[in-house]
Design a protein around this ligand. Structure first.
Ligand code: FES
Length: 349
């Protein structure tokens, strides 16, 4: 019976730490500070408001329904540095803003993002159908809502397009000489991007077509000892399963879809400019309800960390659930995608 830290997952190949002892101690200290700061709710995402003008240098089909875009600075210069886990706001030619994780190499002068075509998705549809090589785009960021903590062991879990923020983490972990494993799940091999970049014995590729059903949280975690930090990105059911079965493990996660509303009460939103009053049910977001009558209402992450859906609140008490507004902003603004109320809000729309 195997007894290692990563029982059942392919054996560790690299036993060196890959960094000298002084740097390693410094990194451990920084990691402890980061871990302390991450107890409880996530730290606020630091806004980066600069606009970056870029040009699409390359479009590549990476898997069924997935393309990658290589983005170069319009002036030919080097784009700002970023850390694994970072994402960009991409302002599309239509003015829509969507967020994508950086999936390339942080040492590269260009950025790489990958976009899965979502049926009915206006942002992904625009990218797949209207954005090509030479298209100018504006970016905001990079920002990081999924910080990568320095450690000497990691378990990475990615589901489908959730591989995008995980890839640079894996590369960084490998470059630092950390002991790591990646479990990469997906509907089928054909739907899973970047497989050719993950040709390593430490990667377990787990398509549903070969295993019959999506992996449970317990299955994804069962091979790894409880003190290994877990980084997880993918569909909501996968992340929920991992978080439920993680018990006391340290799990860092990012999802690509809005989370289900938890602990929501129904409330009302009045649109001040028309006087229209909308009912927000307990299981829906104000953003979804408002967009039914004002479809142009801007949004991006739908998870409370980008600030795109921020609106002014003229009256009423807000139950703030975002990670982006400052205390001052919370005095008279809210994020429609996650924040709620007990009673009635009047908003400046
Ligand atoms: S859409 Fe990002 S905070 Fe609401």
């Amino acid at each position: 019976m195997a007894t290692g830290l990563f029982d059942g997952i392919p054996p560790r190949l690299d036993t060196g730490r890959g960094t000298d002892r002084f740097l390693w101690l410094l990194a451990r200290g920084a990691a402890a500070v980061e871990r302390f700061g991450r107890r409880g709710r996530r730290p606020p995402v630091v806004p980066v408001d600069r606009d970056l003008r870029v040009v699409v240098e390359q479009v590549r089909a990476e898997a069924e329904g997935v393309v990658s875009l290589r983005l170069a600075a319009a002036d030919g210069g080097r784009l700002p540095a970023w850390q694994p886990g970072a994402h960009l706001d991409v302002v599309l030619p239509s003015g829509r803003i969507r967020q994508y994780s950086l999936s390339g190499d942080p040492a590269d002068r260009c950025y790489r993002i990958a976009v899965r075509l979502i049926p009915g998705g206006s942002g992904s549809g625009e990218i797949h159908e209207e954005v090509g090589e030479g298209t100018p785009l504006t970016l905001r960021g990079p920002r990081n809502a999924f910080p990568f903590v320095t450690a000497d062991r990691y378990l990475f879990i990615a589901g489908g397009i959730g591989i995008t923020p995980i890839l640079p983490m894996v590369r960084t972990a490998a470059a630092r000489g950390a002991d790591w494993r990646l479990i990469y799940t997906g509907r089928s091999l054909e739907s899973m991007p970047f497989l050719e970049e993950l040709d390593d014995d430490r990667v377990w590729v787990r398509p549903d077509t070969e295993y019959g059903i999506p992996a449970s949280g317990a299955e994804l975690l069962e091979h790894v000892s409880g003190d290994v930090p877990v980084y997880c990105c993918g569909p909501t059911p996968m992340i929920t399963g991992v978080r439920i079965d993680a018990e006391n493990r340290q799990v860092h996660w990012e999802r690509f879809a809005p989370p289900p509303v938890v602990g929501g009460e129904p409330f009302r939103v009045e649109l001040a400019r028309t006087g229209r009053v909308l009912d927000v049910p307990a299981d829906r977001s104000a953003l979804d309800v408002v967009r039914e009558v004002l479809p142009q209402t801007a949004y991006s992450c739908r998870q409370g960390f980008c600030g795109t859906c921020k609106v002014r609140v003229l009256s009423g008490e807000v139950d703030h659930r975002d990670q982006v507004l400052t205390d001052d902003e919370r005095g008279d603004h809210m994020t429609l995608c996650v924040s709620r109320a007990q009673d009635r809000l009047v908003i400046d729309l």
